[in-house]
Design a binder for this molecule. Sequence first.
Ligand code: KIV
Length: 249
Amino acid sequence: MEKITVPDIAELKNNGRKIVMLTAYDYPFAKIIDDAGVDIILVGDSLGNVVLGYENTLPVSMAEMLHHFKAVKRGVNRALLVADFPLSGFRDGFANVKKLVKAGAEAVKIEGIRHLPLIKQCIKAGIPVMGHIGFTPQDIQKFGGARMQGKTPAEVKCLIKEAKLLEKTGVFALVVELTSPEATRQVTEAVSIPTISCGAGPYANGQVLVLYDLIGLTQGKIPSFAKQLINLSTLTKGAVQQYVQEVKK
Ligand code: KIV
C-alpha cells in the first residue's frame, strides 16, 4: 500500500475520488483503521469528549494531544496523519505546532480564521495546514451549542469568504462542519481545494467522522448525522458480563 501524502489529497479530488477521513486516538484503532484503507487519520481534539470524558474539546491540553498523537503515529503507515491543534496550544502557537510536527504530524488542522497569522506562519515554514470552517467546536460557547451554520444566504456568503481566504492563504483542504448541505455545495464549488464534510451533507469532496461515533464507543449522545455501523459498547459489555459470570462460577 502506497503512503498517502498531502498532494495525493488534491489528486483524489481531481480524479473525482471521495476522500475518507476518520479520527483515531490510540495505537490499536490507528492500526486497524489504517489497514482498513482510510485516506486521512486525524487525531482530533474530540479526544476531549470521546476519550477523556470532558464535556467538550476545550480542556484538551497540548500534553494530552501529544501523548495520544504519538500513540496513533506508531500505528499509522499509509494514511495521511493530521494533528488537530487544541485550543490550549495557541498561546505559544508556532512552538506547539513544531512539537506536533516533531512527533510526526504530516499536517495540522487549525479551526476557524481567527488564527490566520498562525496558519500563515505554518504554511510559510512548509507545514501543511488543513482548515476548518462552519461549526468550529472550539467556539462552542460563542455558538451556544452545536448549531447548524450557513442557513441563510448571508451566512453562506460569509462561509464562502472564509473558505476563499483560507484557500488563498494556502491550506490544502478544508473541513466544513455542520453547515447546511446547500452551503457545503456552494463552498465546495467556490474553492479548488478539497472540502471534507463533517455532518455537512454529501456535496463535499470527502467525509469525516469521529471514529467512536461510527463504532458505537461514544458514551452518551452521538450527533444525529453520525453513522453508527457497529455498537462496540454493547458488544464489550456483553463480553465482560460473560467473563464476570464465568469467573464467579
Ligand atoms: O476533533 C475532531 O474530531 C474534529 C473532526 C470531527 C473534524 O475536528
